[in-house]
Design a protein around this ligand. Structure first.
Ligand SMILES: Nc1ncnc2c1ncn2[C@@H]1O[C@H](COP(=O)(O)OP(=O)(O)O)[C@@H](O)[C@H]1O
Ligand SMILES: [Mg+2]
Length: 254
């Protein structure tokens, strides 16, 4: 799956890292693929310099498995990003069929992980398009704020285009309301609006505003390790349970 929303600051990275850690806590093996040149998921997971491995995989012939690094969280691995990936945008534009590069790389990965979560950059550029071409499901975090909703229609349109042009399997696995402040009426209204517009596509779990979530990147730990008893850890565990339940629904009947 891939975490997308072209709007910056919509909790993509926070959701990628902490949902990944919460899934890993249940014994699943999780691979985070950091597709953002800002490399915030990589540094959050303790990789200070991701080097050019991912770039070499995307535009050269390297296997993605060579770029995988372990993290200090059991069951959670990462393909780190770095500013090298800034060069990927232009380089990919010059390659033929460049939208399918990540999909090819994922097909070449050994089946060692139960989940791969791609953390997308805050744009609908060639890197995000690569993610949409490569995964079956998109996870869309939305900041629970009216202004954040306006970009959602555009995102849904972009997803429809990617489905038609590149990946007929692509679907929205779920929309998750993030940074929900339980004390404000405004937040509740935004979540209600999301549910009336997108129905069951919206996860039942919401991620509340929690300062511990904002703190933990500086300590290079996911919330499940930084503060396992925080509300943030609880919220991401609840989201992980929903994601795991979906996995069961999606298994075709024998
Ligand atoms: N539930 C939350 N509670 C508090 N702060 C949050 C929460 N979710 C995200 N943030 C903060 O919001 C900012 C943007 O989040 P981030 O995950 O980096 O977004 P994106 O990857 O979409 O740009 C970060 O400073 C992050 O710490
Ligand atoms: Mg991010």
């Amino acid at each position: 799956m891939a975490t997308v929303n072209h709007k910056g600051g919509s909790s993509k990275t926070t959701t990628t890292v902490n949902l990944g850690a919460a899934l890993a806590e249940t014994g699943r093996r999780v691979l985070v693929i950091d597709l953002d040149p800002q490399a915030s998921a990589s540094s959050w997971l303790g990789i200070a310099d991701g080097g050019r491995c991912l770039l070499d995989s995307l535009i050269g012939g390297n296997q993605l498995a060579e770029a995988v690094r372990q993290t200090e969280t059991a069951g959670l691995d990462v393909v780190p990003s770095s500013t090298w990936l800034l060069g990927a945008e232009r380089a990919l534009a010059e390659l033929r069929a460049s939208e399918g590069r990540l999909a090819d790389l994922l097909r070449g990965l050994p089946r060692s992980w139960d989940y791969a979560i791609v953390d997308c950059p805050p744009a609908l550029g060639v890197l995000t398009v690569n993610a949409m071409a490569a995964v079956g499901e998109l996870l869309v975090p939305v900041e629970a704020h009216v202004l954040a909703l306006s970009g959602l229609a555009q995102l849904v349109k972009g997803i429809d285009t990617a489905r038609k042009r590149l990946n007929p399997e692509l679907r929205i696995g779920g929309i998750v309301a993030c940074r929900v402040d339980g004390r404000t009426r405004h937040c509740a209204e935004v979540v209600e609006h999301l549910r009336s517009r997108f129905g069951t596509l919206v996860f039942s779990s919401v991620i509340h505003e929690n300062v511990r979530l904002a703190e933990c990147p500086s300590f290079a730990q996911p919330i499940t390790r930084y503060d396992p008893r925080s509300s943030g850890a609880g919220d991401y565990r609840a989201l992980a349970r929903e994601v795991i339940a979906q996995e069961r629904e999606n298994v075709p009947a024998a």
